[in-house]
Design a protein around this ligand. Structure first.
Ligand SMILES: Cc1ncc(C[n+]2csc(CCOP(=O)(O)OP(=O)(O)O)c2C)c(N)n1
Ligand SMILES: [Mg+2]
Length: 429
């Protein structure tokens, strides 16, 4: 007991347990969130050493201001055509998410994850990277795949694990893998993609290639050991890699404080490793583009890795298996001070005189129809609950280049048992 301790004169220790500011039913007030003015952050030369701009890990790169103008040294000065393309891709991601979320609710697939409110993070980066730069995404960067032109039907086939699914139902829905688009297999095991991206980037450099790597993880995932070992390797070998931390404030029901947000920024993780760190308005597609372009230039000129924290907000539940009304205030998504990334880019184009409400509404309709048509095609290949869509013996495919003898034996045994049972799905490929 404390009173009998020989150190009874010392104050007892107490543990700090983070607690989110708002819980269900609470009124939301985000005025304490520090949002620096657009255009205020300086833009160092890409050849500068990381230690010369540590301040940028604690401020925020922002381009779009309150009047929908692009301001300051980070303005990437994109053409209206590029801006319209980015807006279209962001709206397409949103339409795709909406439709696939509904498909899950209709029982056509077991699982889906939206990126509502975070579309600028993937679309801004994809627009700034080269199409063959290798990406190691997490599960909310479907925007990269869409930007690179992956057919929606292929993505849907994967979501439905149907006969058109090139991954043969071996991956959880939305855990895409697309070699054609330099898009590494998404893994549900958080942050494994970080060391993989560094390894790939080191190989690219050691072979004298010109391609760089980019990877993404959530703020919660920075608590994984893989995050830290990846940063160590990257700084030691100056690997040409961009680390993106998508700080959407939540990791399922854990708020960002549990990953360290009460103590410092996520961009500041870079400082301890001597890596370039930027903190960016993640709902500003132009800021994401500019930061990615800058980091890519550093990587391509052998200045090494950059860590970019994208300050954003997860406007929906974590996944279709989640119910955020159980743990956070329903007022949070609309009160988020950085607004809606699609609306911000749309309003910027309107302010430039390069877009209007009518065209925007027409585009939304067109995209919804396009997604619907792709869905109709994909569903011809099967949906959940309508039997097995892949021949049973493909269960063992695609793991080893050459199937080892013991798996061949197990495969043969399984097929013999299935055939003896007379079950209808005992098809062979
Ligand atoms: C190694 C590991 N630990 C835990 C989980 C369970 N899990 C899946 S997603 C998630 C939250 C991740 O949050 P964050 O990194 O912030 O990404 P976000 O979902 O917000 O994009 C957790 C804990 C997992 N998939 N893998
Ligand atoms: Mg998160």
């Amino acid at each position: 007991m404390a009173s009998e301790s020989p150190r009874a004169n010392l104050k007892p220790l107490s543990l700090h347990v983070p607690e989110p500011k708002f819980r269900p039913g609470d009124a939301v007030d985000f005025t304490a969130v520090d949002i620096p003015a657009a255009g205020a952050a300086r833009r160092p030369d890409t050849a500068d050493e990381a230690k010369e701009f540590i301040d940028l890990a604690y401020s925020m790169v922002r381009v779009l201001d309150e009047n929908n103008r692009a301001v300051g040294p980070w303005d990437p000065k994109l053409t209206p055509d590029t801006l319209r393309k980015m807006l279209r891709n962001m709206a397409l991601v949103r339409a795709f998410d909406e439709r696939m979320f509904r498909a899950q609710r209709q029982g056509k697939t077991s699982f889906y994850m939206k990126s509502l409110g975070e579309e600028a993070v993937s679309i801004g980066a994809a627009a700034a990277l080269a199409a063959d730069d290798m990406v190691f995404p997490s599960y909310r960067q479907q925007g990269v795949l869409i930007s690179r032109g992956c057919p929606l039907e292929d993505m849907m086939n994967q979501i439905y694990s149907n006969s058109g699914d090139k991954l043969q139902g071996k991956q959880l829905p939305i855990m895409y893998s697309e070699r054609r688009y330099s898009f590494f297999s998404i893994s549900g095991n958080l942050t494994t993609q970080y060391p993989q991206a560094v390894g790939w980037a080191m190989a690219s450099a050691s072979k004298g290639d010109t391609r760089i790597a980019a990877t993404w993880c959530g703020e919660g995932s920075t608590a994984e050991g893989d995050f830290h070992s990846a940063l160590t390797f990257a700084t030691v070998y100056r690997a040409p890699v961009i680390f993106n931390v998508v700080n959407n404030q939540w990791a399922i029901s854990s708020f960002s404080g549990f990953a360290g947000a009460e103590a410092t920024t996520f961009a500041a993780r870079a400082v301890g490793y001597g890596i370039a760190g930027l903190r960016v308005d993640g709902n500003d597609a132009l800021a994401v583009y500019a930061a990615t372009e800058w980091a890519a230039e550093r990587a391509r000129t052998n200045q090494g890795p950059t860590l970019i924290e994208h300050f954003t907000y997860r406007a929906e539940g974590h996944s279709t298996s989640d119910d955020p009304s159980q743990y956070r205030s329903a007022g949070e998504p609309t009160a988020w001070p950085l607004g809606d990334p699609v609306m911000r880019l749309k309003n910027h184009l309107i302010a430039l005189g390069e877009w209007d409400e009518e065209r925007h509404a027409a585009q939304d309709l067109e995209l919804a129809e396009m997604v619907k048509a792709a869905q109709k095609e994909a569903e011809k290949n099967g949906i959940l609950g309508h039997g097995l869509h892949q021949p049973l013996d493909t269960l063992f495919d695609g793991v080893f280049e050459e199937m080892p003898w013991h798996l061949r034996e197990q495969q043969a045994q399984m097929m013999a048992e299935e055939e003896a049972s007379g079950r209808p799905w005992a098809r062979k490929k």
